[in-house]
Design a protein around this ligand. Structure first.
Ligand SMILES: Nc1ncnc2c1ncn2[C@@H]1O[C@H](COP(=O)(O)OP(=O)(O)OP(=O)(O)O)[C@@H](O)[C@H]1O
Ligand SMILES: [Mg+2]
Length: 286
C-alpha cells in the first residue's frame, strides 16, 4: 500500500538531473551553516510539477530554513536550488509564491487592496488588477468582504485573503510554512479543504511545511520526514496513496490513513524525542 524509502545523504545527482524536466523544485545537496552550527546537511529532494509534498520534522530541525532557501530569502552554504531545472541564484523567482505562518497582510489596506498588492508591484493596470482581485476574493469565499480591513476579519478570513494574495500572481510553485497553525481545528480543516480545491483546479506544485503529521498525511501526495537538528537531513519519505478528492474531515478516520500515521510516526518519533532532549539540555548555538 505504501512506499517508504530511506534517503542516502547526497543521493544520486545524475538521476536527479535526468528527471529535471518534470521537477518543479529541486533541493540539490543543500547544506546550511549559521556560524559553527550546521543546521542542514547534504539535503536533496524535489517536488514534481503538480505534486503536493509535505515536509515534517521536529521543532527547530530546519523546516523554515529549507523553505527560506527555496524562496531565495536565504543562500545555502553549499548546494543549489533549481526551479523547473534552472538554478535559483540570488533572489526570488516569480514562479514561486509564499504563504507564511505569520500574518502578512497590510493593516492599512482593505482585503481587496491586499489581494491586489502583488499585481500593483508588477505594474498591472488598476482596472485589470481590480477585476482579478474580485475574482480571487470570490474564489476564496469572501465575496462581500472586500472592503473590510484585516482587523475586521476573522483569523480564517485573513488566511483566505493571504491565500488569494498568493494565488492571484499565478505562481507555479507555492511554498507554505505552517500556514494554518494559528487557526482553530475546524477552521483549519475548512482551509485545508479549500487549499486542496484550489490546488487541484490549478495544478500547482506545493511544498508544505508542518510539524503536524496528521495535516501532512491528509493533504499530501508525499511526506518527507526530516531528522532532528543539528545536521538535519531527510530520513524517510512516504508516498500517500489515499484517493482524491479528499475531505479533510473524513480522510482522517479511514483505515488507510491510520496505517500511514502509524508508519510515519514510527519514523519520526525518535527524532522528536531527540529534539526534545536537545532542547532540555539547553544547548544553544547562539
Ligand atoms: N538566522 C539564523 N541564525 C542562527 N541560527 C538560526 C537562524 N535561523 C535558524 N537558525 C537555527 O537553525 C535551526 C533550524 O531553525 P528553523 O527555524 O529552520 O527550524 P524549524 O524546523 O522551522 O522550527 P519550528 O518547527 O519551531 O518552526 C534552529 O536551531 C535555529 O535556531
Ligand atoms: Mg519553522
Amino acid at each position: 500500500m505504501h512506499t517508504s524509502t530511506s534517503i542516502d545523504e547526497g543521493h544520486d545527482l545524475k538521476r536527479v538531473d535526468e528527471k529535471n524536466h518534470q521537477e518543479a523544485l529541486c533541493f540539490n545537496n543543500i547544506s546550511v551553516k549559521f556560524g559553527d552550527y550546521t543546521a542542514v546537511l547534504n539535503t536533496s529532494f524535489s517536488v514534481k510539477a503538480g505534486e503536493f509534498v509535505s515536509v515534517v520534522g521536529p521543532t527547530g530541525c530546519g523546516k523554515s530554513t529549507l523553505l527560506n532557501i527555496a524562496a531565495g530569502l536565504l543562500n545555502p552554504s553549499e548546494g543549489e536550488i533549481k526551479i523547473f531545472g534552472m538554478p535559483l541564484d540570488g533572489g526570488m523567482s516569480n514562479q514561486v509564491g509564499y504563504l507564511f505562518q505569520s500574518e502578512a497582510l497590510m493593516p492599512w489596506r482593505t482585503a481587496i487592496e491586499n489581494i491586489m498588492v502583488g499585481l500593483q508591484y508588477r505594474k498591472v493596470n488598476k482596472d485589470q488588477a481590480t477585476t482579478l482581485a474580485n475574482h480571487w476574493l470570490a474564489r476564496v469565499g469572501l465575496t462581500g468582504h472586500g472592503h473590510r480591513y484585516p482587523h475586521q476579519l476573522s483569523g480564517g478570513m485573513r488566511k483566505r485573503v493571504s491565500l488569494a494574495q498568493t494565488m492571484i500572481l499565478d505562481p507555479k510553485i507555492i511554498l507554505m510554512d505552517e500556514p494554518f497553525s494559528a487557526l482553530d481545528v475546524q477552521t483549519r480543516q475548512l482551509m485545508e479543504n479549500e487549499l486542496l480545491d484550489l490546488w487541484s483546479a490549478d495544478k500547482k506544485s506545493i511544498m508544505f511545511i508542518t510539524h503536524d503529521l496528521e495535516e501532512a498525511i491528509a493533504l499530501s501526495d508525499r511526506v518527507i520526514v526530516l531528522s532532528a537538528g543539528p545536521e538535519t537531513h531527510p530520513i524517510a519519505e512516504f508516498v500517500i496513496d489515499l484517493p482524491r478528492p479528499r475531505d479533510m474531515f473524513e480522510v482522517r478516520v479511514t483505515e488507510q490513513y491510520i496505517e500511514y500515521h502509524k508508519q510515519i510516526w514510527a519514523a519520526m518519533k525518535k527524532e522528536v524525542l531527540k529534539a526534545y532532549q536537545y532542547s532540555k539540555k539547553g544547548d544553544s548555538h547562539d
